[in-house]
Design a binder for this molecule. Structure first.
Ligand code: ZN
Length: 378
């Protein structure tokens, strides 16, 4: 029996015997850690909470208190803190829950399959994600418009992260000129439908997720069907008509839209969430009420684009998507992030809702879908 600063460290087997003889065993790890399994018979109380009010957990300072964490470090610190508060009969379980489980002692475990636990273990360790967050991702439905430069990295990371349902819409075929940046597709996929190539690669990465491929051009006629049951939309479109259409539909149906765009060496990212927060957050039209003249907005095939640029922007979009799905952090709503790859500089512009916006003004009824191709050709 080791003795560290007056605190005994005992083996898990010894802890179990003492527990059965009436000692109190307290698991001081975070909720997200205990959710994955804890020593049977332990009380779960986060260390900070226990140290702040030990009497609420163990009223008698003479009672025998055993502390356990993951590896034995935090429990030792907690024991020292309780010692300072007048508790005298303390011990810390050496090796923590890891050693307890390895010794084959009884555990209280959720019914998780080993693939889930191992695949997402680095998420499960983050208190901000944890088991609850990971299950939330698994239940999420994301629509990705375009399996191209932005959609490729975004879909890859959303699939890897365990977003359970991905609906990917694209009507294009893989061309050799795509491969410089559209990393979902391989040389062998040239000539294949992008949605088929994407779905094969994503399934190879994470067979747990469900994919729905829609080999269609996005139009006013199919947009509401595409958005049906969707929690969030990731815009990987390469043209203005689809961008305006997506914006209008997302405002109408109250879906958050994660926007990204690239041009030569520069990119932009934002989150448009006016549909859920009318009058307080902007939509894409608040920023660009009118589409640019065609000459001012050439697409990648005309102007060229640095291959890694959509990678950076698409992954920023994926990051925002995951944050929104988990409801963590500060979303990029109301802010437009510019990225200049040549200068390696990020710049942020505040975006306010336009009180005269044709689509998202509070109280204004939805004006209906328009002929977006005509609208964008001036
Ligand atoms: Zn607006």
């Amino acid at each position: 029996m080791a003795n560290v600063d007056g605190i005994r460290e005992i083996a898990p087997e010894e802890a179990l015997r003492r527990l059965q003889a009436g000692a109190v065993l307290v698991d001081v790890r975070g909720d997200h850690e205990r959710a994955l399994g804890m020593a049977q018979g332990a009380l779960g109380v986060v260390r900070e909470q226990l140290e702040a009010a030990p009497a609420a957990v163990v009223p008698d300072p003479d009672a025998e208190v055993l502390l356990i964490c993951q590896s034995g470090r935090r429990s030792l610190l907690a024991a020292q803190a309780l010692h300072a508060r007048g508790y005298r009969n303390l011990a810390s379980v050496r090796g923590g829950t890891t050693a307890w489980a390895a010794a084959g002692l009884p555990m209280l475990r959720p019914q998780l399959d080993p693939d889930f636990e191992e695949r997402y273990s680095r998420h499960l360790r983050l208190p901000e994600v944890g088991l609850q967050g990971q299950q939330r991702l698994a239940a999420s439905h994301v629509l990705i418009i375009g399996a191209g430069g932005l959609g490729s990295p975004a879909a890859y990371y959303l699939a890897a992260a365990g977003v359970g349902h991905l609906r990917i819409a694209d009507d294009d075929v893989v061309e050799r000129s795509n491969l410089q940046r559209q990393i979902l597709h391989t040389d062998a996929a040239i000539g294949m439908a992008k949605v088929d190539s994407a779905s094969a690669r994503l399934a190879a990465l994470n067979p747990r997720i469900r994919m729905e491929t829609v080999r269609e051009r996005v139009t006013s006629a199919n947009i509401e069907r595409l958005l049906d049951g969707i929690d969030l939309v990731l815009d990987g479109a390469d043209n203005f008509p689809v961008r305006y259409l997506l914006n209008d539909a997302c405002v109408k149906l109250g879906k958050p839209l994660v926007y990204g765009a690239v041009h030569r060496f520069e990119g932009q990212v934002s989150v448009f969430d006016a549909g859920r927060a009318r009058g307080s957050l902007p939509c894409y039209r608040c920023l660009f009420p009118e589409p640019p003249a065609a000459a001012d907005a050439p697409n990648c095939s005309e102007a060229g684009v640095l291959g890694v640029l959509p990678g950076v922007v698409g992954m920023l979009q994926a990051t925002e998507a995951i944050k929104l799905l988990l409801d963590i952090g500060t979303p990029l709503s109301g802010r437009l992030l510019h990225f200049d790859a040549l200068a390696m500089r990020f710049r942020e512009t505040r975006l306010a809702p336009d009180p005269g916006c044709a689509v998202c003004t509070p109280g204004r009824p939805f004006p209906g879908y328009i002929d977006y191709v005509k609208f964008c050709s001036g």
